[in-house]
Write a protein that binds this ligand. Structure first.
Ligand code: F0G
Length: 351
C-alpha cells in the first residue's frame, strides 16, 4: 500500500531517498465509468470520470501541493504563499499545516467558494482578500516571493506540475492504456500541461502504447486561450477558472498542438446543465468548474465532432461540496417545511 503520490511514483519524481515526504495520502482517486452520461452524449463515446474531488482537500491540487511543500520544506523554507481562486489555497494551507510551515494566500475578494475559504481558514493560513482578480493576485505573489524568503506554490512552481502529472500515470495504470481523449477544465492551464507531460513520459518509457488527444474547456466569460488574447475582466459562475491570463498558456498550447487536441468554451448555463446532469444521472457531485468538460463534450458531440468510437477520461477536478451556495441555488428542488406529524410526511411524499 502506498501513502500518497510521491511514495507511489517516487522514481518518476524529483525526490531522493532522504527526502522527508509531506503527504496526506493524496492520489489513487477512482476512475468511475459513466454509462448513462456516455449514452446520452453520443453513441460513440465511453466516458470515465477521474474523480479528483476525492483527494484529501477535495481537489486535484493536492497532487502538486504534496511535492511543492515537500521540496520547500527540504530546501529549508518556513513559509509558503500562493494566489488562488480557492482550491490551491485550501491545499497549500493543509499541506503547510502538515509540514508545520506558515502559509499566506491571496484571493480575489468575494469570488471564492465558501468551502474553499473555510478550508484555508481552518488550517490556519493568513488569508488576504484583494480588491481585484486572480491574475492580479498571482502577479503580486510572484513579485513578493521573488525577493522574500517565501516559497511560491502556484503552478508556476515546476514541482506542482510534476506532482499533478501523476494523475495521468494512474489513469494508464488503471485502464491499461491511455484513453483516446482526455478532457479537462482550463483555468491557469497548469493541469492540462501536467497531464500531457505525464502521458508523454509514460509513452516515452514504454508504459503506454498510445497518448490521448487533449481536450480543454474554458468558461465563455474567461476564455483567453480560446480567443487568443488575455481577458481583462474574466467572469463566470465557475469561480475556480475565473482567470483571464493563464500562467501556463504556452504549456496548454503545446499540449493541444502536440496531441492534436482541441480547446473550446462553454457558457455558464451549459456548465450548470452539465452540473445537474452528472449529479442526477451518475450520482457524482463535482464543483462547477469541474463539469466544464462535461458541458464541452455535450457541445462537441452535438456539432458532430466525434465520428468513431472513443474512450474519454474527464477529470472532475474538485468536489461539489466546495461550493454549497451554487449547489443550493441551482438545485431543482428546495426543502419542504412540514409539521412533525406522520400524516404531513405521508401527504408530502404522495401516499
Ligand atoms: N478546476 C478546479 C476545481 C480548479 O480549482 C482549477 C484551478 C481548475 C480546474 C483549472 O486548473 O488552473 O491548472 O488550469 N484552480 C486554481 C486555484 C487556479 O487557485 O485553485 P488549471
Amino acid at each position: 500500500m502506498y501513502s500518497g503520490i510521491i511514495d507511489r511514483y517516487r522514481v518518476l519524481l524529483p525526490v531522493s531517498e532522504d527526502t522527508k515526504i509531506i503527504s496526506l495520502s493524496e492520489g489513487n482517486t477512482p476512475l468511475i465509468a459513466l454509462p448513462k452520461l456516455s449514452a446520452t452524449i453520443s453513441p460513440y463515446l465511453t466516458l470515465f470520470a477521474k474523480f479528483e474531488g476525492l483527494n484529501p482537500t477535495g481537489s486535484f491540487k493536492d497532487r502538486g501541493m504534496t511535492l511543492a511543500v515537500t521540496k520547500a520544506f527540504e530546501e529549508g523554507q518556513q513559509t509558503v504563499m500562493c494566489a488562488s481562486t480557492g482550491n490551491t489555497s485550501a491545499a497549500a494551507a493543509a499541506y503547510a499545516a502538515r509540514a508545520g510551515m506558515g502559509c499566506y494566500v491571496l484571493i480575489p475578494q468575494g469570488k471564492i467558494a465558501l468551502g474553499k475559504l473555510s478550508q484555508a481558514l481552518v488550517h490556519g493560513a493568513k488569508v488576504l482578500a484583494i480588491e481585484d482578480n486572480f491574475d492580479k493576485a498571482l502577479c503580486l505573489v510572484r513579485e513578493i516571493c521573488a525577493d522574500h524568503p517565501i516559497a511560491l506554490v502556484n503552478s508556476v512552481n515546476p514541482y506542482r506540475l510534476e506532482g499533478q502529472k501523476t494523475a495521468a500515470f494512474e489513469i494508464v495504470d488503471d485502464l491499461g492504456y491511455a484513453p483516446d481523449y482526455h478532457a479537462l477544465p482550463v483555468g491557469n492551464a497548469g493541469n492540462i500541461t501536467a497531464y500531457w507531460k505525464g502521458y508523454k513520459e509514460y509513452f516515452d518509457s514504454g508504459k503506454s502504447a498510445n497518448k490521448p488527444k487533449m481536450l480543454g474547456f474554458q468558461a465563455a466569460g474567461a476564455a483567453p486561450i480560446v480567443s487568443g488574447s488575455p481577458v481583462a475582466h474574466p467572469e463566470t459562475i465557475a469561480t475556480a477558472i475565473r482567470i483571464g491570463n493563464p500562467a501556463s498558456w504556452h504549456g496548454a498550447n503545446n499540449a493541444l498542438m502536440e496531441s492534436c487536441g482541441h480547446i473550446d468554451s462553454v457558457t455558464d448555463s451549459e456548465i450548470l446543465a452539465a452540473y445537474n446532469m452528472i449529479a442526477a444521472m451518475e450520482g457524482l457531485f463535482a464543483e462547477p468548474a469541474s463539469v466544464a468538460p462535461v458541458a464541452g463534450l455535450c457541445k462537441l458531440a452535438s456539432q458532430g465532432f466525434f465520428t468513431e468510437p472513443a474512450t474519454i477520461v474527464v477529470t472532475l477536478t474538485g468536489h461539489g461540496l466546495k461550493d454549497p451556495d451554487i449547489a443550493v441555488s441551482s438545485a431543482n428542488t428546495i426543502p419542504i417545511s412540514l409539521p412533525a406529524t406522520r400524516d404531513a410526511v405521508l401527504q408530502a411524499i404522495g401516499y
